[in-house]
Write a protein that binds this ligand. Structure first.
Ligand SMILES: [Zn+2]
Length: 208
């Protein structure tokens, strides 16, 4: 079974959103072509889904500004602008994404006290979301991952897929993803490649 995992393709991470990734909306038509390609048996989308006043928000820490490095529950934590608050437009999946063809939408980041970049488990690597068990139950042996943002949630999801699902082939789809900074994207791709994740483009999937 081959799965496509779409990470956080939400208004909040697209231009006009609260934590906009440069050109974040450009991933939507590429993701839609992948969804429509017929190459995947299973399509899963993750959705960053924070309660108001989440511990990853700078606004929850007096004196801190967005993108300050601070501490959450005793661990280093990037301070983010308030984003993807449950039930807001910012948290909705991008309106042009082909949501009806997505088999499972998995929400993450609901615990106030820990952030969750990965779709598989929180940043403490403590609470799992159930996604790895779901993929195992579905006998998934190949996972292609893309979305927003390459240097955070996409990278951590890809690395967790590799670590939590031994034997599963994991690939990152570069043109269906965007990152927060160019340096962050380069470092993330280098790290994923070094760990054994395939770096591909949507054309490799669609024409492959
Ligand atoms: Zn978040």
């Amino acid at each position: 079974m081959k799965a496509l995992l779409l990470i956080d393709i939400q208004n909040g991470f697209c231009p006009g959103g609260n934590l906009a990734v440069p050109d974040g909306d450009k991933v939507v038509p590429v993701a839609n072509r992948l969804i429509e390609s017929g190459k995947y048996d299973l399509i899963v989308a993750s959705q960053d889904w924070h309660p108001e006043g989440h511990g990853s928000f700078a606004s929850s820490h007096p004196g801190k500004q967005p993108f300050d490095l601070h501490v959450l529950s005793g661990k280093p934590q990037m301070m983010w602008p308030d984003h993807c608050v449950q039930g807001t437009k910012d948290a909705e999946l991008h309106p042009e994404l082909r949501v009806p063809e997505i088999d499972l939408i998995l929400q993450k980041g609901e615990n106030h006290h820990v952030d969750s970049y990965s779709a598989f488990r929180d940043n403490d690597q403590d609470a799992i979301t159930g996604l790895s068990n779901f993929f195992q139950d579905q006998a998934v042996d190949e996972i292609d991952i893309c979305g927003l943002a390459t240097d955070y949630c996409v990278k951590f999801s890809a690395l967790d897929a590799l670590e939590m699902l031994p034997g599963v082939k994991v690939r990152f789809i570069e043109d269906a993803s965007r990152g927060i900074t160019p340096e962050g994207v380069t470092a993330a791709i280098d790290e994923m490649r070094a760990k054994g994740i395939g770096i591909i483009t949507s054309a490799d999937v669609i024409d492959g």
